[in-house]
Design a protein around this ligand. Structure first.
Ligand code: MEV
Length: 301
């Protein structure tokens, strides 16, 4: 039976700014979504989204078969900045291309996944689906709606351990957060551009870090978080958690669209003694887990 899987992602740096043509550095994670044709299990990514995605695929790939139902199994947290919807878009696109067109072409799969992502998020950069499709570490830049430039980057040294801490599922959707930044940008263009320029410098810092040594990773994580706070995508509750992590000697940042009213989604956190982060998460009743970055993109299981 045909089964396709695609990974979730984290953004090391560049979220939001990437929607405006700035670079982002993204990495795939070792948590995946697996889709196949078969009876549906309970999967919490919106049924409405799946329905629209499948309709788009049927229309664009001229699929006549309307009876196939889907089985979706995933260990990527939903609606929390870890690329669950992008992984679903990529996996569905690949499943349909493979089954109905007998084609396995990552560029075609990714283009279609981007169209699906646009149904869900309005004006996404395309970074999330691209890293889920190609895997690894991705230096990504959106040039226009149709043109995206990206390169895979291979870290030259073993990466430090990154821990994911769930700050709480945001009440806002990615679409709402992106729209909020649009509003901020329209009304305070100079201020927002300054933040985006600073984010670009931090993103370049992360790129250097992958290439040389990781001694600066805490500084870069802290700077990135500081800029995301200036953009207004981090809730008070999450800021408070991040301050506590810093007091413990660690560093943490929001990764993805963020959230303001309650949680801000997953945090990527670093501490030279990772156990301290797990203990912190446990005592604050927060989910936490370690991730391996840079694994394979979409694949047939
Ligand atoms: C969401 O994971 C990342 C954002 O930069 C939006 C996007 O890139 O489309 C906030």
């Amino acid at each position: 039976m045909l089964k396709v899987s695609a990974p979730g992602k984290i953004i090391l740096s560049g979220e939001h700014a990437v929607v405006y043509g700035k670079p982002a550095l993204l990495a795939s994670v070792d948590r995946r979504i697996v889709v196949s044709f078969g009876n549906s299990d309970n999967f919490s990514e919106g049924q409405d989204f799946i329905y629209k995605a499948v309709n788009l695929l049927r229309k664009n790939l001229q699929v006549k078969d309307v009876n196939s139902s889907l089985k979706i199994v995933s260990d990527i947290p939903v609606g929390s900045g870890m690329g669950s919807s992008a992984a679903l878009s990529v996996a569905l696109s690949a499943l349909f291309y493979k089954k109905y067109k007998k084609v396995w072409d990552l560029n075609l799969i990714n283009d279609m996944a981007y169209q699906i992502e646009r149904i869900q998020h309005g004006n996404p950069s395309g970074g999330d689906n691209t890293v889920s499709c190609f895997g690894g570490f991705l230096w990504f830049r959106k040039k226009s709606k149709r043109k995206m430039l990206f390169t895979q980057v291979k870290p030259t040294k073993k990466l430090p351990k990154i821990i994911i801490i769930q700050s709480g599922k945001p009440r806002e959707t990615t679409r709402e957060m992106v729209a909020q930044i649009r509003d901020f940008y329209v009304h305070h263009r100079r201020e927002v551009e300054k933040i985006f320029n600073n984010l670009e410098s931090v993103t370049k810092g992360f790129l250097k870090c992958l290439d040389a040594d990781f001694s600066d990773i805490s500084i870069l994580i802290n700077e990135n978080e500081h800029l995301l706070e200036a953009l207004g995508v981090v809730s008070d509750k999450t800021r408070f958690l991040i301050r506590k992590i810093k007091k413990l000697g660690g560093a943490a940042k929001v990764s993805g669209a963020g959230g303001i009213k309650d949680g801000s989604g997953i945090l990527i956190a670093y501490h030279k003694e990772p156990e301290k982060l797990f203990l912190f998460a446990k005592s604050n009743k927060l989910d936490s887990f370690s991730v391996i970055l840079g694994g394979k993109g979409v694949k047939i299981e």
